[in-house]
Design a protein around this ligand. Structure first.
Ligand SMILES: [Zn+2]
Length: 369
């Protein structure tokens, strides 16, 4: 779902992208504005949403600038309807650095709130939740938005900024993965409690608007899980490449081999997928289940190529394992020819990667870093 993003432009070399659902938010704001104040209402509410997201971008840039002090680059800032997300090349393991980077975002909001208060004054009635009815209310709205955004992000609900601070603090005592797990579980407890409270209040008091808050916190709970799994995978596969889980003892046949002949060669057991190979390299994959099914259906005279997948991806032995596993989880293919410098060196069966990695960890236990 994070893939539906539209690239806008670059700010300080960082790619700025908006998620497709963001367009829905603009439409909703326009519709709300129209029902409140006609055409002028549309203009003011849509521009308020745009201004809010300018603030979100500034918040994310705050993180990016703090990170750049430690030589960590942000590759993109993604705007979702629920807020922004800066993606970094890496996240520092040093608690002090993670804390400073996490706090830099909310710091931008408090700075902006201070500047707005300084230049426009502080009104007694900021119309925080609603859209401003006229232009005079815009500074007040933006002031309130900054205060709310800054405070809200400091909630210790991982993966929000406050939750990152919490993980860094836990990281003083625990290893990185355990700290992330605890931060995620605490964050989820907080997020689900707030979401439940919001729904309960909504059902009892029927005060509009809290549904949105509940949805937002459900997203946060989901985000905590996603990021925890990401970290867990990265730790599990850290330092490994595809070559580490590549088997060189693959079964390969010419495409014209019959199902029956292949089966006879395999001594009546098929425990692996088969590779169809011509002089040019692999031209097809035959899943073991399909070979068995072909035999059961009495197709032993069929050439293997009739039961093969001819469209398939290949892996490069030098690729880092973590990102590859994450990518593979999204696709259907489970068996891959592996290449190194243009040469076929073996195969990788994704169902057996974790087993192989566990074995590697067992042989060479590594310290938590
Ligand atoms: Zn932030």
């Amino acid at each position: 779902m994070l893939r539906w993003s539209i690239a806008l432009f670059r700010v300080f070399g960082i790619r700025l992208e908006v998620h497709a659902t963001f367009v829905l938010l603009l439409v909703a704001a326009g519709w709300l504005g129209a029902s409140n104040g006609g055409a002028a209402g549309v203009v003011s509410s849509v521009s308020t949403v745009v201004l809010m997201f300018v603030i979100v971008v500034l918040h994310e840039l705050g993180h990016a600038f703090a990170a750049s002090r430690y030589g960590i680059r942000a590759s993109r800032i993604l705007l979702l309807p629920i807020g922004g997300m800066a993606e970094f090349d890496s996240i520092p393991r040093q608690p002090r650095r993670e804390i400073l980077i996490a706090l830099a975002g909310p710091a931008v909001n408090f700075l902006l709130a201070g500047l707005i208060a300084l230049f426009f004054g502080w009104s007694n009635s900021p119309s925080a939740a609603g859209t401003p009815a006229n232009w005079a209310e815009v500074p007040d709205t933006l002031l309130a938005v900054n205060l709310i955004m800054g405070t809200f992000n400091l909630l210790p609900a991982f993966p929000m900024d406050g939750g990152r601070v919490l993980r860094a603090l836990l990281g003083l005592r625990l290893d990185y993965l355990a700290a992330t797990r605890w931060a995620a579980r605490i964050g989820q407890t907080i997020a689900l409690t707030i979401a439940t409270a919001a729904v309960t209040y909504e059902l009892v008091a029927a005060d509009n608007g809290l549904w949105l808050l509940a949805v937002l916190f459900l997203f946060i709970a989901y985000g905590a899980e996603t990021e925890y799994r990401f970290v867990r995978n990265r730790e599990f596969y850290a330092g490994l490449i595809v070559a580490n889980v590549t088997r060189s003892d693959y079964l390969a046949f010419p495409p014209a081999t019959t199902v029956g002949a292949a089966f006879a060669t395999l001594r009546h057991t098929v425990s692996q997928d088969l590779l169809l190979i011509e002089a040019t390299g692999p031209v097809g994959l035959v899943p073991r289940s399909r070979l068995a099914a072909a035999l059961r259906a009495g197709r032993e005279h069929d050439p293997l190529s009739r039961h093969a997948d001819h469209e398939f991806s290949v892996l490069q032995a030098e690729w880092s394992l973590g990102p590859v596993v994450a990518d593979l989880a999204r696709g259907k293919q489970r068996f891959f020819p592996v290449y190194s410098y243009g040469r076929l060196i073996g195969v990788c069966d994704t169902g057996r990667i974790d087993e192989a990695v566990r074995l590697i960890h067992h042989i060479a236990p590594r310290r938590n870093r």
